[in-house]
Design a protein around this ligand. Structure first.
Ligand code: ZN
Length: 91
């Protein structure tokens, strides 16, 4: 939660990991994409499809912000004896 204090910091982190040289189309792998005025959306110059950084990942279509998912992943992976789903939901 400290590392990703705003939803945008988590999105920027995924972008840096997934697209170190800029957005790449998920559908045709073209590196020519425009950033749309709608935040965090891109349009491929080749196939004209819209995509975001989460398309094609386990985070696609999630309703939760990425920073919440990252916090949950951190809790799961750093709890020495595992964590109950009820405890995870509470935390
Ligand atoms: Zn494309």
């Amino acid at each position: 939660m400290i590392a990703f204090q705003t939803p945008q910091t988590a999105i920027d982190h995924v972008k840096a990991l997934r697209w170190p040289n800029g957005p790449v189309c998920r559908y045709c792998s073209s590196a020519k994409a425009y950033t749309l005025s709608r935040k965090n959306m891109h349009r491929c110059a080749a196939c004209r499809r819209n995509f975001s950084v989460t398309v094609g990942t386990i985070f696609e279509d999630t309703k939760l912000p990425l920073r919440i998912w990252f916090g949950a992943i951190w809790l799961i992976t750093n709890h020495p004896k595992g964590i109950a789903s009820t405890k995870l939901a509470k935390d």
